[in-house]
Design a protein around this ligand. Structure first.
Ligand code: HEM
Length: 507
């Protein structure tokens, strides 16, 4: 009875009622709460309505496709507004100063909002989702793996992986004396970044790494499909066909990760290597030996969660940055030519080094503009651990705040009248001068919880693009349909088919 009272009355009725009343009194309005379903059905219906929209390749305003509900409610109720993810209240904000205060807060007043349990199973409760003392402990172990000197060492691995992809494409292009082929770069880059992260960060065998990505990918697809469904307690324990498939995939994911960890422990007992997994395992070994590293230790279970998170964060995001950069360079051939000239000027036909890559200024500008218009991360969330006033808004404890990056990246007051257009030159004087406020760029977030690995992502993207531009020119395939989609991150719904031409022909 106590459970029923707590679950049905307090969670589904009383709390939504009181929170809604408190926020309305402050002038924060939004769609009415519907018992247990909240706004989920409305979101689903609006998304279904716009799902068929395809855009011109020079039209970068895909917000109607991925966030029609935010646009409609902002028009209807002003900003910020309140909506309901099931029975959970969420406030969507658009104000840069409010976002800055929330994201840069070091006081511990704001924590990550728990993702739905179904997503947590796939991405793992790793660094990006931890808070407080656990975050500090994990951060201290993980941060050294991404110091610049280590990243420079990783460049060799990245280049080797990218070169082998390019060689393979060159060979394909020259089969039957053709000089061009059609390639889906969405798939190609997913494989490449999977390869890089599993070699460079985890030192694992490519085959096993690839299996893990495929399993994570399949699990994510199942979980995303049911994200907006009403959550019925206990349903996830029933042996339905979908649940059984999920359990099988979860088991496979865990056992593949354990296999990588055990192989590593078995091969180098005293020295676990200098990469991420090595650092985490050392900390774990320290626990078994009595915590000699003064509280830095991680358990094997925590390491598994971190591995899931890094496999996920490390390959999905970077592969999408590359995918959208190739899309934009195909849609704007003048920029493709400009970057090719820059690559030949700074690097020639040589294999680039980390130092040479840092000289590619125009390429950095294009990548930043790609991240502004097509950044893989879409909606960040935080929730206050106590009632707190930020600016003029009083946020009640536990009410999640949503920061919609792609909408904010198109605000004309911050980015100028050409906010909707592709203009890498806006980054000519650096990222902090591109908008009217220094923290306008949110693609890697800001503050203490910003992306731990943005340098690696940028380096990997530059290395891959430089190698591609040295060897090929590319255009969008006539079969390409421009339909960016919110699939946890921003993906091209129908892939990215591109026609690739060898620059030096086939001998
Ligand atoms: C283009 C590539 C990338 C983009 C756009 C990106 C974006 C982001 C964003 C927006 C956040 C903050 C999320 C939030 O505050 O809710 C974040 C955090 C994080 N990212 Fe990235 N990321 C990229 C690449 C990577 C890579 C390659 C890795 C790892 C191999 C990585 C690992 C992480 C981790 C661990 C965090 C959590 C940091 C913390 O909470 O302390 N990211 N990333």
């Amino acid at each position: 009875v106590a459970w029923l009272w707590d679950y049905i009355f307090l969670r589904l009725v009383w709390r939504p009622y009181t929170i809604g009343k408190e926020l309305r009194a402050q002038g924060i309005h939004g769609p009415p709460y519907k018992l247990a379903r909240g706004s989920n059905e409305d979101i689903k219906a609006m998304k279904e309505e716009t799902d068929g929209l395809a855009l011109d390749v020079h039209d970068h305003n895909y917000l109607q496709r991925i966030a029609p509900h935010y646009l409609r409610w902002r028009d209807q109720y002003g900003e910020p507004f309140l909506y309901w993810f099931g029975p959970k209240p969420r406030i969507c904000i658009f104000d840069y100063e409010l976002a800055r205060q929330i994201l840069s807060s070091k006081s511990g007043h704001f924590v990550k909002n728990d993702p739905p349990a179904t997503l947590l199973d796939v991405v793992g409760k790793g660094l990006a989702l931890l808070d407080g003392i656990d975050w500090v402990r994990h951060h201290r172990v993980i941060k050294p793996a991404f110091a610049m000197d280590k990243l420079k060492m990783m460049t060799t691995t990245m280049l080797a992986c990218a070169q082998s992809m390019i060689k393979e494409l060159e060979n394909q292009a020259c089969q039957n004396k053709n000089v061009e082929i059609e390639v889906d770069f969405n798939i190609q880059f997913r494989e490449l970044t999977a390869d890089v992260i599993s070699h460079a960060a985890f030192g694992s065998s490519y085959r096993l790494g690839k299996e893990i990505f495929q399993t994570q990918h399949d699990l994510m697809a199942i979980n995303l499909a049911s994200l907006l469904d009403v959550q019925i307690p206990g349903l996830k324990y029933l042996p339905t066909e979908q649940n059984r498939r999920k359990w099988m995939l979860e088991k496979k994911l865990r056992s593949s990760l354990l296999q990588i960890i055990q192989q590593r422990l078995a091969s180098t007992c005293s020295d676990n290597g200098n990469d991420l997994l090595g650092l985490m395992l050392e900390s774990c070994v320290a626990t078994e030996q009595g915590g000699k590293q003064g509280g830095l230790n991680m358990s094997i279970d925590e390491i598994i969660h971190e591995c899931k998170m890094f496999f996920f964060a490390g390959h999905d995001t970077t592969s999408l940055l590359l995918t959208w950069a190739v899309f934009l360079l195909s849609a704007y051939p003048e920029w493709q030519e400009r970057l090719r000239k820059e690559v030949f000027r700074e690097i020639g036909r040589e294999r680039p080094s980390a130092d040479a890559l840092s000289k590619l200024k125009e390429m950095t500008m294009v990548l930043l503009e790609t991240l502004r218009l097509y950044g893989p991360a879409l909606f960040m969330q935080r929730k206050p651990v106590t009632d707190i006033t930020v600016g003029s808004t009083k946020l009640p404890k536990g009410v999640a705040v949503v920061i919609p990056i792609p909408i904010m990246h198109r605000e004309k007051e911050v980015w100028g009248d050409d906010a909707g257009g592709f203009n890498p030159l806006r980054f000519e004087n650096g990222v902090t001068r591109a908008g009217k406020v220094p923290h306008a760029m949110l693609a890697f977030s800001m503050g203490p919880r910003s992306c731990i690995d943005q340098d690696l992502a940028m380096l990997e993207a530059k290395a891959t693009l430089a190698l591609m531009l040295q060897k090929f020119s590319f255009t969008l395939s006539p079969g390409y349909v421009h339909a960016p989609a919110d699939v946890f991150s921003l993906k091209p719904k129908f892939g990215l088919p591109v026609i690739l031409r060898r620059l030096d022909g086939c001998s």
